[in-house]
Design a protein around this ligand. Structure first.
Ligand code: SF4
Length: 344
């Protein structure tokens, strides 16, 4: 397999370039692309291609597949958490959730992460490497293959900071959205960032229709810098400025994720500060009851404090929902399953 490239790492345009470079008509790229996303396991199954083209594809590429190493299934809410093995021996996690609006997969974009958010299990081992767009596609395809169903929505909110792997993530979105590929609409894709401000400007300028979610988790710089070191580089003010630019350019609402942590960010004072910060902005707040992470001191906020936090925000006219806790009886906080199976 040496020197061969995973064909799933190619965008449609790159595949077209390959076909043209081999003196073949452009439409062959469309045929190959369709076969890949019909999930064939070998080039020989691409029955409408000339033999010579199949041979050159075999010479230059392989069809990357990940291996399901473990799976936890929550019978209560039908959440499935997968540990997937990559060809270099690394593992990653993704979670499939069963919402009323369709199966939703939360995928990883990096093996590990270098953002070191305090409440996150993925941060413990640091960043091992970024994933390729083909590997991200395979997360979606492997899970879809396993359940025998199409996946309707994709959330880039698993292990890794998507904007720390910006180019591959954008490529992934374009490939998965392609009409000859899996054809998952951009409106069905949510990308989450801990707040890499320059990339938020870049992302706005891409003018994609995806939802942008910001992991905010505090409206106070002191608290946020403590639980999210990225805030020491890009303050809340800079982050909000970037979000305002995103809203202006795309006319799209931004989602703010806020994990409520007992006695850290769940008080009335915190809610008022957040309400003041977001008042009048085209946005939505998702309050998340924190999943307990083994080995971390943080506890989830009480139901009462979550409810009153929501009430205070709504008093500022900020649209707020409390996210249903899916998979809470399995290891559903990002990084937890991987931690259990691997020591890196
Ligand atoms: S919460 Fe996300 S960005 Fe923060 S360390 Fe974990 S994976 Fe990285």
């Amino acid at each position: 397999m040496q020197n061969k490239i995973d064909i799933k790492d190619l965008s449609y345009d790159e595949l077209e370039g390959y076909v043209i470079g081999n003196m073949l008509p452009k439409f062959r790229a469309g045929q190959i692309f369709e076969w890949i996303y019909r999930d064939v396991a070998s080039f020989k199954e691409m029955t409408n291609l000339p033999k010579a083209l199949i041979e050159s594809l075999e010479k230059d590429f392989y069809i990357g597949r990940v291996k399901i190493e473990a799976m936890q299934h929550s019978k209560t809410d039908n959440t499935r958490k997968y540990l997937l093995g990559l060809k270099d021996g690394n593992s990653l996690e993704c979670v499939l959730m069963d919402y009323s609006y369709g199966k939703t997969i939360c995928i990883s974009t990096q093996v590990g992460c270098r953002m070191y958010c305090e409440f996150c299990a993925s941060a413990t081992g640091g960043l091992i490497r970024s994933m390729t767009s083909g590997e991200m596609l395979e997360e979606v395809m492997a899970v879809s293959r396993d359940i025998g169903e199409r996946i309707a929505n994709i959330v880039l909110m698993g292990t890794g900071e998507p904007f720390d792997n910006y180019d591959q993530v954008i490529k992934f979105i374009k490939v998965i959205n392609h009409s000859k590929g899996l054809n998952i609409g951009q409106r069905h894709i949510t990308i989450s960032t801990s707040g890499i401000v320059p990339r938020i400007y870049n992302f706005a300028d891409e003018k994609l229709q995806c939802t942008l979610a910001i992991s905010l988790h505090a409206a106070d710089n002191g608290i946020r810098s403590r639980i999210m070191p990225i805030n020491r580089k890009y303050s809340i003010e800079k982050l909000i400025e970037a979000c305002e630019y995103y809203i202006k350019v795309t006319n799209k609402r931004v989602t703010f994720e806020y994990a409520l942590i007992k006695d850290i960010n769940d008080g009335a004072k915190d809610a008022h500060k957040l309400g003041t910060l977001l008042k009048g902005m085209l946005c939505h707040v998702n309050l998340i009851p924190l999943n307990k992470v083994e080995g971390k001191e943080y506890e989830k906020a009480s139901k009462n404090s979550i409810d009153s936090f929501k009430g205070i925000l709504e008093g500022y006219g900020v649209e707020t929902t409390i996210r249903r806790r899916l998979g809470s009886e399995i290891d559903a906080a990002c990084g937890q399953l991987r931690q259990k199976y691997k020591t890196h």
